[in-house]
Design a protein around this ligand. Structure first.
Ligand code: FES
Length: 555
């Protein structure tokens, strides 16, 4: 009996410890995101907990101060760099060609070199002069990396009998190439980074120094018919990096919601974000909204990096200082004007579409959501974005009776458009399952309209307000979900806060299901053989042509 009892205590302690570690890690992840968005000096504990979706008081349990949290975040990045790059590459020391190939793959890969992480490394380096801990951690990481590169190049010089070459100088050249590519990543968004091209450029450098040592990578062609015959998508569609890059084509022509009108209320205010496969900037001109590409014509850097703010008289590129007027024309240089896109305010949502194409109306007639409900929240899910999108489409947009928005709604009317847009209109029920749902339904009556905006957004229009969920693929098997809420005025604002709570719970459940499905795929189990719901099939039909020529494991 006592063994069992002890076991339970030990188990409970283990669970508590695990949950503490997870909470701490969540704060570190949020701190890295905050540093990426705001920079070290403007990152505050409030901003970090807002991103983490946790209460401010909880930070004290894990970190003595903001400074300690920042150092822990930097230590996390350094440990990750060590484990994911230095250790595996050093293990291949005896085979310098393979080791250098792996080093290039990992150094430029999405895990270590995401724009978020790279920009945070540079932010810490920028402050290293005044903070000894930053200097020590950043310096150690760079030194260990440089030592490994020098060692591998030295071995290769010996192996290839090219002793006339200066190993130190070649290593410095390789580090320089990688460094320049990282700097470029820091100013890009994930959608615009061409990692395959970055790898090719680095390998070209190595090939030019060691002719014949690094063979070109062979591409293995998979027979397309096998893909076409599958009822759903094959497992590789949820695991393959190259496919994720190809999927960017889906964004280029897709209408999407950038945020809420409440985020750019005053004339001269702007809102920035990703849409149409690029960075976009929407400006409130006083009379209208104007959507421009947020990309300097000189070197393609972002003109503004904040999500929202106020424009000065002109838009000044932070890199070399070229200026643009608020209408997108360059002040002096012979640069082309910034590209324009279609933009519309629809019920308080800011919708962006390709230039020259009218933005469709999504909100029900008379709908308005003029007030923001709290800051945006983010959750990172260790699963491919399509697993989450398919789950949304299966649960809400199935023709069957499951279309009841987690018990809040009665069965509704489903409409599928040829472009993959799906909408479900459902009346709210009288009572709901669970405390928050019951409280919410006690306040809100009417209909709920849920719209899936392909390929990656879900927009809910409720009597109390609107919620926009956006899937941001970070890697083939990692997705960030960003959730934004706005409310109708008056009484509805309180109900919208309740709805916000419901979304948090749904999202947690969605994340668990998607992560479990991803683990199944990683373990070699096949995705469901059952024919998908019509809305899911529409999404999958757009992915299938992108699979041609891909083979499991090709990255
Ligand atoms: S990149 Fe904008 S001015 Fe040079």
């Amino acid at each position: 009996v006592s063994r069992v009892a002890n076991g339970s205590v030990a188990e409970a302690q283990g669970v508590r410890r695990g949950s503490r570690l997870r909470q701490r890690q969540r704060l570190i992840d949020a701190c890295i995101s905050a540093l990426h968005i705001h920079g070290p000096s403007s990152t505050t504990v409030e901003k970090v907990v807002a991103i983490a979706g946790m209460s401010p008081g909880i930070v004290r349990f894990y970190f003595d101060s903001k400074a300690a949290m920042m150092v822990a975040s930097l230590q996390f990045l350094a440990a990750e760099f060590e484990e994911q790059l230095l250790v595996p590459v050093a293990a291949l020391r005896a085979e310098p060609v393979r080791a250098l190939e792996l080093l290039v793959d990992l150094y430029l890969g999405p895990e270590i070199a995401s724009p978020r992480k790279v920009s945070v490394w540079y932010a810490f380096w920028g402050e290293a002069n005044s903070r000894q801990e930053y200097f020590d951690i950043c310096g150690q990481k760079d030194e260990r990396f440089a030592a490994l590169v020098r060692d591998l190049i030295g071995r290769l010089v010996v192996e290839r009998a090219t002793r006339h070459l200066d190993a130190d100088a070649i290593a410095l050249g390789l580090i320089g190439v990688l460094e320049v590519l990282w700097q470029d990543f820091a100013f890009q968004n994930e959608l615009n980074i061409d990692r395959a091209a970055a790898r090719r450029r680095t390998m070209s450098y190595l090939r030019s120094v060691f002719p014949g040592a690094f063979p070109e990578r062979a591409r293995i062609e998979a027979p397309p018919p096998a893909v076409a015959q599958a009822p759903g998508l094959p497992a590789l569609a949820y695991q393959n990096e190259e496919l994720r890059r190809r999927e960017l084509a889906l964004y280029a022509g897709a209408t999407s919601c950038l945020g809420f009108l409440a985020e750019l209320e005053r004339p001269g205010s702007f809102l920035s974000g990703e849409a149409l496969g690029t960075r976009v900037l929407v400006i409130n001109t006083g009379n209208d909204l104007l959507a421009l590409e947020n990309r300097c014509g000189h070197r393609a850097h972002a003109l503004v990096s904040a999500r929202r703010g106020e424009l000065g008289r002109t838009l000044r590129c932070p890199v070399h200082g070229l200026e643009y007027r608020a209408d997108g024309t360059a002040v002096e240089a012979a640069l082309p004007p910034l590209a324009r896109f279609s933009v519309a305010s629809d019920g308080g949502l800011v919708l962006i579409g390709p230039a020259g194409v009218a933005v469709p109306q999504l909100a029900p007639p008379g709908f308005a959501a003029p007030r923001l409900v709290g800051p945006a929240s983010e959750r990172t899910v260790e699963a491919n974005w399509k697993l989450l999108a398919e789950q949304w489409l299966e649960c809400a947009f199935d023709e069957q009776a499951r279309s009841q928005l987690a018990g809040l709604c009665l069965p509704g009317r489903l409409a599928l458009a040829a472009d993959g847009r799906a909408s479900l209109t459902a009346p709210l029920a009288a009572t709901g399952r669970g405390f928050s749902a019951a409280l919410y339904l006690a306040r809100v009556r009417g209909e709920w309209l849920r719209v899936f905006l392909p390929p990656r957004q879900l927009i809910d229009f409720r009597p109390d307000g609107a919620t926009v969920l956006t899937l941001e693929p970070q890697a083939a098997q990692r997705t960030r979900v960003v959730v934004r809420h706005a409310s109708a005025d008056g009484e509805a604002h309180a109900a919208a806060y309740l709805a916000r709570r419901l979304y948090r719970r749904w999202l947690l459940e969605d994340a668990e299901v998607a992560e479990a499905a991803q683990r199944e795929l990683a373990a070699g189990r096949r995705p469901s053989e059952a024919p998908p719901a019509a809305a899911v099939a529409t999404l999958q039909d757009r992915i299938r042509p992108l699979l041609a020529g891909l083979e499991q494991g090709l990255r």
